[in-house]
Design a protein. Structure first.
Length: 135
């Protein structure tokens, strides 16, 4: 199973894990969050991330998801990426993360593809003229 590491500005990562636990009615396995503080040293973040990747990788690789490309958490991710072993995506959203968790028993490249599709398809304009379901 592909491990998932959320490397985000505090407290976003833990909030995403809590949301996933709500949706899946329990904490998903092999997922961790590192919530980066405003004044945290990049070297410290890098060391924490490398340790988390070691814990999360059971042989299928790790997907690292960060929040904003160019921010401190994502800048720390660049040196973690190892094609085929550790893949990095920026721009986390709940649809992205739910898709990654749902497909994580597949290969790492499929998990990346599904996560990206979830992020892209999950961002839609809601039209108040169309209602779904009762009400």
């Amino acid at each position: 199973m592909v491990g998932i590491l959320l490397l985000t500005h505090a407290p976003l990562g833990q909030a995403f894990i809590a949301a996933c636990a709500h949706v899946f009615r329990g904490q998903p396995e092999q997922i961790e969050a590192i919530d980066v503080l405003a004044d945290q040293e990049p070297g410290e973040v890098d060391a924490q991330a490398r340790e988390a990747i070691k814990r999360l990788d059971t042989g299928s690789g790790v997907l690292v998801i960060t929040d904003v490309k160019g921010g401190t958490p994502s800048n720390c991710c660049y040196q973690l990426a190892t094609p085929g072993r550790v893949e990095v995506i920026a721009g986390i959203s709940l649809p992205m993360l739910l898709r990654a968790i749902t497909y994580r028993r597949d290969t790492l490249d499929v998990v990346v593809e599904m996560a990206l599709a979830g992020g892209q398809n999950g961002a839609v304009k809601v039209d108040n003229r169309i209602r779904l379901g009762p009400g």
